[in-house]
Design a protein around this ligand. Structure first.
Ligand code: SF4
Length: 423
């Protein structure tokens, strides 16, 4: 369930049914203004709604004045252990202050920060980490880490409410994906405040993205979570933003930029799709519209499941075809497929989002498609369709592959078997 309450970090609403906000954290020394502002701009361009900066020293708190003034998105100050820095961050214009009430020096100091935040109308993020739970919860952490996290968070929430402060969001971070899911589900039932989601120290770009997608995606699919941060071991914070967007786009929670769909390829692959997909993905970054672009590795299925795509390509050895919404547009030499695809996309925008069709070229492409289609081929797509149909007919129990006489071998690496390399 979405949080009942909403806060505003600068002009960005968080919680209460607002779109899930994307955030990241700069990895630069905050007081290094050139490096920090450059990273903030890259992250904002990649789609960060809000950006957090670490404030471990006085000079970082001082730098906030300039950063807040120059940043295109609201800035959150990340404070640990030192309530004086939290006070300075608030005075210097931070749009939100993140702190762990358990490590800031005691209830009096928390109250001092809260009083100033209340006076300025600035929200806070209060967060607990599985690695730094209050001492009295250490035993519970052993026996029930999820309950320990949730108890720590609710104790902080109660502390804020006793201080008459409700302008906050809450985070519970764990390196464990199951604990992240379980604790946030539980907390969402217990408190009405917005939740900041993240899997802490998720790891490298590959593993960390997957862990985050599983953990955060599960929660978001249930409607739990109001803002997300992907934590990756990379200096390039904008990569975290891109992963966050892919998760939101996959769940259709938000739209941003094109959606690229590509077949998984198989032994019918007719051209070097790996490099084609990589190039298309990179070139699509220049487009803001949520158009859908599909890449099929061969034409034996026809346009098949890519029928709904705004634009798509399918290739064979020497020639390929560009299509739009299930209709052939033109046949082109394989080496020109990508350039011609983007030429068609650009033509579409130049014509006011209208697909421009040349009847002669479309007919030539349709003929090429008819020659390359193979209605008998047992492709992955047709196998899936068969499985679906049989599963529906039998209530889900029938082994359709066996019924179709198909045996899959795991002995040979598909990478070894790849035949096509794009020159
Ligand atoms: S049969 Fe399907 S998965 Fe295999 S290359 Fe063709 S489109 Fe891709």
């Amino acid at each position: 369930m979405a949080s009942q309450r909403q806060i505003h970090v600068g002009d960005v609403p968080i919680g209460g049914g607002a779109p899930v906000a994307v955030q990241t954290m700069t990895k630069t020394e905050t007081a290094n203004l050139t490096a920090t502002m450059s990273q903030i701009h890259r992250c904002a361009e990649a789609g960060a709604d809000v950006i957090r900066v670490a404030v471990p020293r006085d000079e970082d708190a001082e730098a906030l004045k300039t950063i807040v003034a120059q940043s295109p998105v609201p800035i959150i100050a990340d404070i640990h252990f030192n309530h004086t820095l939290a006070l300075k961050a608030l005075e210097n214009g931070a749009a939100c202050v993140r702190l762990n009430p358990g490590n800031i020096g005691g209830p009096d100091k928390v109250a001092e920060v809260v009083a100033l935040a209340n006076r300025l109308g600035t929200p806070m993020r209060i967060g607990v980490n599985s690695g730094s739970l209050p001492r009295h919860l250490r035993e519970l952490e052993y026996t029930n880490p999820v309950e320990a996290l949730v108890t720590a968070a609710t104790e902080f929430v109660e502390l804020m409410e006793r201080l008459d402060f409700t302008n906050f969001k809450v985070s519970m971070k764990s390196t464990s994906v199951p604990n992240t899911i379980a604790s946030n589900r539980l907390l969402a039932e217990r408190i009405p405040y917005p939740l900041h989601l993240g899997v802490t120290e998720a790891g490298t770009k590959w593993a960390g993205s997957l862990k985050s997608a599983v953990g955060l995606g599960t929660l978001l699919a249930d409607g739990v979570g109001d803002t997300i941060r992907i934590s990756l071991s990379t200096f390039h914070a904008e990569e975290e933003v891109k992963v966050a967007w892919e998760i939101l786009k996959a769940l259709k929670l938000r739209e941003r930029g094109p959606v690229l769909i590509a077949c998984p390829t198989c032994g019918r692959l007719q051209f070097d799709m790996d490099s084609v997909v990589a190039e298309i993905e990179q070139r699509l970054e220049a487009y803001a519209d949520p158009i859908e672009v599909s890449v099929l590795g061969c034409a034996v299925n026809g346009i098949g499941e890519a029928r709904h795509a705004d634009f798509g390509i399918t290739g064979a050895k020497d020639a390929g075809m560009i299509f739009s919404k299930g209709e052939p547009l033109k046949k082109v030499p394989t080496e020109r497929l990508v350039d011609e695809l983007f030429a068609e996309i650009d033509r579409y925008y130049a014509a006011g989002k209208t697909v421009v069709r040349d009847a002669r070229q479309a007919a030539e492409a349709a003929q090429w498609l008819a020659e390359n289609e193979d209605a008998e081929a047992m492709t992955p797509e047709r196998l899936a369709a068969l499985e679906d149909a049989a599963s529906e007919a039998s209530g889900g129990g029938e082994d359709v592959l066996a019924a179709a006489g198909v045996r899959l071998s795991e002995d040979v690496s598909p990478v070894q078997g790849r035949r096509f390399t794009r020159s």
